[in-house]
Design a protein around this ligand. Structure first.
Ligand code: HEC
Length: 116
C-alpha cells in the first residue's frame, strides 16, 4: 500500500492544485482516454465486462475485457504499454496511467464499503 501511495503522490499533488478533484479527473480520463473509454470493455469500475458473444466456425465465443480492479500497479502499467490482443493501443503518459489506477482503487474502496 505504501508503494502505491508513493507512486500516486506526484499525481495527487498535481491534481489537487487544479479546480477538479483527483477523482473527477481520473474518472473522466477512464471514460474518455483519447480513444475508446476503458469502461466499454472493463466495466464502470474495472470489474470486467462481457461485450459480445458470437458464433465463429460453429463455436460459441465471447469477447470482453477482464477485471482490472484487482491487479497491482506494475502489471497495470505494463499492460498499457504493450500490445494486447483485443485492446486498443493507447498513448498515455505515466501520470495518466497513475490516474486511471487511482480511479479503479477508489471505486473499489467505495463498492466494498457498501456493507457487502
Ligand atoms: C475494445 C475493448 C477494450 C478497451 C476499450 C480497453 N481494453 Fe483493456 N483489455 C481488453 C482485453 C480484451 C484485454 C485482455 C487482453 C489479453 O488477455 O491479452 C485487456 C487487458 C487489459 C489489462 C491487463 C489485464 C491483466 O490482467 O493482465 C489492463 C490493465 C487493461 N486492459 C486496462 C485498460 C485501460 C486502463 C483501458 C482504457 C485506457 C482499457 N484497458 C481499454 C479490452 C479493452
Amino acid at each position: 500500500m505504501r508503494y502505491v501511495l508513493f507512486l500516486l503522490l506526484p499525481f495527487y499533488l498535481y491534481a489537487t492544485s487544479s479546480f477538479i478533484t483527483p477523482m473527477e479527473y481520473s474518472s473522466s480520463l477512464y471514460k474518455n482516454p483519447r480513444g475508446i473509454g476503458c469502461n466499454h470493455c472493463h466495466g464502470e469500475s474495472g470489474e470486467g465486462k462481457l461485450v459480445a458473444t458470437y458464433i465463429h466456425k460453429g463455436e460459441k465465443k465471447s469477447f470482453g475485457g477482464p477485471a482490472i480492479n484487482n491487479i497491482n500497479f506494475d502489471k497495470f502499467f505494463k499492460a498499457l504499454n504493450i500490445r494486447k490482443t483485443g485492446m486498443p493501443k493507447y498513448f498515455l503518459t505515466k501520470r495518466e496511467i497513475q490516474a486511471l489506477y487511482f480511479y479503479l482503487q477508489e471505486k473499489d474502496k467505495k463498492s466494498s464499503s457498501n456493507g457487502e
